[in-house]
Design a protein around this ligand. Sequence first.
Ligand SMILES: NC(=O)c1ccc[n+]([C@@H]2O[C@H](COP(=O)([O-])OP(=O)(O)OC[C@H]3O[C@@H](n4cnc5c(N)ncnc54)[C@H](OP(=O)(O)O)[C@@H]3O)[C@@H](O)[C@H]2O)c1
Length: 281
Amino acid sequence: MRTILITGATSGIGLAAARQIAAGGGRLVLVGRNPEKLAVSAERVRAAGAGAVDTVECDVAAQDSVRRLAGEVLDRYERIDVLVNNAGGFFLGRSETVDGVESTFATNHLGGFLLTELLLDRLVASGSARIVFTSSVMHFGATMDFEDPGFRRGYSGQKAYSRSKLANVLYARALSRRLAGTGVTANAFHPGAVATGIWDAAPWFARPVMGVVKRIFMVSSEEGGQRLTYLATDPDLGAVTGCYFQGDRVKAPSRVAQDDAVGDRLSAVSAELVGLPARSR
Ligand SMILES: NC(=O)c1ccc[n+]([C@@H]2O[C@H](COP(=O)([O-])OP(=O)(O)OC[C@H]3O[C@@H](n4cnc5c(N)ncnc54)[C@H](OP(=O)(O)O)[C@@H]3O)[C@@H](O)[C@H]2O)c1
């Protein structure tokens, strides 16, 4: 049975995509940090027709938790056909995780990085597997500063978010180079401006306006989920790798996102931050 693992599967784009993918059968592994939300989400995905639905608890911002998730996944599943790194958040004020990493970088990039690295051999052994990263159009204009990736100086929620989404594209592209010839693909995408809970992190004074913007200008979680579903399942994309998608089309990402040296350095710096040896394949 095909096994598809999705992080951030308890709301918004990830949950919508899980339900859409479930309609095509296979085993869905839903990853979330909140057990109650995971149970409700699993019921909804089961109702959509999945062959099997499993849940695993994980706080992707905490490296120990990601290691436990990876261990459980490797114990339970002989194959992983699709890994979707979708969990993400926006942090108005600067904070650090238990590992001492800035929260946006840790949640939106480093958690998915560590999970992917720990599952990589199983993905390769599974044959034509796919790795998908939910990035954002916000990566345009972002910078990467390896001396201060978590904005100890000059933090803003928007700058940190944009940098983390740039990291998604850089890492997807770096992975695609490493995985050349294995049959495993790695791509990143922008799901559109989607009316999900992520916007609840807006400052209190902007929330009434945000409510109106969400209703009038943003697409639904279903529509955002369809973009993820497309990347995770469309047969035409079996050999497409190292790409950034916007609205179901391949688009050139930002100039810095296309810089392979920056992508390789990000992989090395990220490996150091999570205590993995720098790897080359
Ligand atoms: N909405 C947009 O317009 C938009 C645009 C571009 C990119 N994106 C990206 O799309 C992805 C999904 O976001 P969304 O818009 O669907 O927002 P959402 O509804 O808030 O969903 C975010 C998901 O990530 C999970 N998550 C957040 N922090 C986590 C952590 N530390 N550990 C485990 N899970 C965690 C959330 O879990 P809980 O349910 O427990 O909160 C939730 O399932 C994110 O990567 C986001 O950056 C969104």
